[in-house]
Write a protein that binds this ligand. Structure first.
Ligand SMILES: C[S@@+](CC[C@H](N)C(=O)[O-])C[C@H]1O[C@@H](n2cnc3c(N)ncnc32)[C@H](O)[C@@H]1O
Length: 224
């Protein structure tokens, strides 16, 4: 079962642009639909595994997964860990709920919620996982601010994402060319790692290249 918390993500609110961005994220992931796992399941899987290994979950850990999507990572967590998965897209959550049911994951709670406006109290989680979401949310600065707030002091934050290519000029040019299509794609193809680290304002424990050609990055931050 999934719950809905926080403001209606489609609501216009004070910031009309943001409401529109929410809508474009929701409709992009509605379009991906059942194809999401087929296209991104396997390609992104090594990174998810690396993140879960790096998390080194301990019995009783409270884990928050932002943008849980279709729930591909959920069966990989140990049973004695409490997991909360949130996502903006009801379509993605529907698929995640099927994973929960199929695998009888009693330790997982799924909630429809905006990662930029979390309805959780401060210090609610020991570990936070953000897999392939940082370049999808309309306002990554607001997202990381919320992550810092709900993660306990000294807790661990893991961000898995594609950041703008540094060395390869051809790839960088391709990412720049795709940038105007962000809305249709449902993500920003051009996002600088240094900008993200600066907005997080947290000490970096580790940075590792992951997935095919090391094109994605696994970032481990400490919530200090
Ligand atoms: C590329 S998918 C990644 C899904 C999953 N983490 C995975 O590893 O496959 C990005 C997910 O982020 C979700 N998302 C985008 N903006 C969001 C927001 N503001 N709050 C919560 N989830 C959001 C999308 O709905 C989508 O499910």
């Amino acid at each position: 079962m999934t719950e809905t918390r926080g403001k209606d993500p489609g609501e216009a609110g004070a910031n009309g642009r943001r409401a529109l961005d929410h809508k474009s994220v929701i409709s992009a992931y509605r379009r991906y639909g059942r194809l999401y796992n087929l296209v991104f399941g396997r390609i992104f899987e090594p990174g998810r595994r690396r993140l879960l290994d790096a998390m080194d979950c301990q019995p009783g850990d409270r884990v928050l997964e932002l943008g849980v999507g279709t729930g591909l990572s959920l069966p990989r967590y140990p049973e004695d860990v409490e997991i909360t998965g949130i996502d903006l897209s009801p379509d993605m959550l529907e698929q995640a709920a099927e994973v929960v049911e199929r695998n009888q994951l009693d330790n997982v709670q799924l909630i429809e919620m905006d990662a930029q406006e979390l309805a959780f109290a401060e210090d609610s989680y020991d570990k936070v996982a953000v897999m392939y979401v940082a370049s999808v949310v309309p306002d990554p600065r607001a997202m990381i601010r919320e992550v810092r707030r709900v993660c306990r002091p000294g807790g661990d934050i893991f961000v898995l994402n594609h950041f703008a290519s540094q060395g390869n000029r051809l790839l960088r040019r391709g990412e720049n060319m795709l940038a105007p299509m962000s809305r249709a794609l449902g993500f920003h193809p051009h996002f600088e790692l240094d900008d993200f680290i600066e907005m997080a304002g947290l000490p970096v424990e580790d940075i590792s290249p992951v997935n095919a050609f090391g094109y994605w990055t696994l970032l481990h931050l400490k919530n200090r």
